[in-house]
Write a protein of this length. Structure first.
Length: 102
């Protein structure tokens, strides 16, 4: 059996779908961040697949920048979650963001 780029694209579509459904269904902020990371990794897989198929390195350069943005997003998101947890001392949900207004 030969693994073609179609297999990678189907895997990326499945990962993105799982992340999108998890983002819409779950209310826990940490799980929502993990779903966003899953969607970003699905996009990265797509970039690398097309980069390899077309023999062009620009897709892999785009993956590098997506990973940098994802790392910054995790750092800021984790800081928000810690701020919410310090104020409430309980679990954090997406509805708790409004409490950070001051």
């Amino acid at each position: 059996m030969i693994v073609t780029p179609t297999w990678y694209l189907v895997l990326a579509a499945a990962l993105f779908s799982i992340g999108a459904v998890g983002m819409l269904v779950r209310r826990n902020v940490i799980v929502m961040f993990m779903c966003v990371e899953l969607m970003l990794n699905a996009v990265n897989l797509t970039f690398v697949t097309f980069s390899k198929t077309l023999n062009d390195l620009s897709g892999q350069v785009a993956v590098f920048f997506v990973l940098v943005v994802a790392a910054a997003e995790v750092a800021i998101g984790l800081a928000l979650i810690v701020a919410i947890f310090r104020r409430r001392h309980t679990g954090t949900t997406a509805d708790d963001i409004s409490e950070l207004r001051g």
